[in-house]
Ligand binder design. Structure first.
Ligand code: C5P
Length: 223
């Protein structure tokens, strides 16, 4: 492992799921644990990068030497990521951002009266698409947790969101996806090139990702 390979590079990583509040005691959320994103932040820090981790609620201890910014909702994540975007060299979007939020957040706890409740949901900003649209020098990496047609859906997403690379995984495969310590991923490129990795720990996936990005950016070839 080259501890200098990312030296002097600024890297922003997003991790965890977002929570979209319904009222003071309830939210819509997802099963993201933050493990993959935290491992990526750790691997970049290990490689000498200056890392900012923008994280949804997670029980995991932030890696040593990483600046951690905590957010709750997708809109908060959007703001924290966008204000830091210009200065970044690499952005890795491992967070499971909620696609929708409740149209209204009740100030008081919603009461039950035996009747059904209809929830209206409105779309959240797509952070990765916004980054893709405003991309200058940044290298942009997205994640895609798919349950079917993993590669086709991944390629479509990669192009639509203008990412430089997509890490795709089938979240239904044993040993992959949410809450596990291991993952089974492929790296996908806009030209259709694909690298399949075997099942490995999330930290090893993260280290491979750092090496792969260094290679693609032509970093560290002479170091
Ligand atoms: O949810 P989806 O499969 O579209 O996510 C693909 C990529 O887009 C992920 O990297 C995710 O973090 C990002 N994303 C985002 N903002 C959203 C939804 C997804 O940045 N609102």
């Amino acid at each position: 492992l080259n501890r200098e390979i990312m030296k002097g590079r600024k890297v922003l990583v997003t991790a965890g799921g977002t929570r979209e509040e319904l009222d003071p005691v309830r939210y819509l959320g997802n099963y993201s644990s933050g493990r993959m994103g935290y491992a990526i932040a750790e691997a970049f820090a290990e490689a000498g990068a200056q890392v900012t981790l923008v994280s949804g609620p997670s029980d995991i201890l932030p890696p040593f030497g990483v600046e951690t910014v905590r957010i709750i909702s997708a809109e908060e994540m959007y703001l924290e990521v966008m204000t830091r975007y210009a200065e970044q060299d690499i952005v890795v979007k491992a967070a499971a951002v909620a696609d929708f939020r409740p149209a209204v957040r009740n100030e008081q706890k919603i009461k039950k009266d035996g009747e059904s409740v209809i929830l209206e949901l409105v779309p959240n900003p797509d952070i990765l698409s916004a980054l893709g649209a405003r991309k200058k020098h940044q290298y942009l990496v997205g994640f895609a947790a798919e349950t079917q047609n993993v590669i086709e859906n991944g390629l479509e997403k990669l192009k639509r969101k203008k990412a430089d690379m997509l890490v795709v995984n089938d979240v239904t495969a044993p040993g992959a996806g949410f809450g596990t310590d291991t993952n089974i991923v492929s790296f996908l490129y806009p030209d259709g090139r694909k690298i399949d990795l075997p099942k490995m720990s999330k930290l090893d996936v993260a280290r491979r990702l750092v090496q792969e990005i260094a290679l693609n950016k032509g970093i560290g070839s002479k170091e």
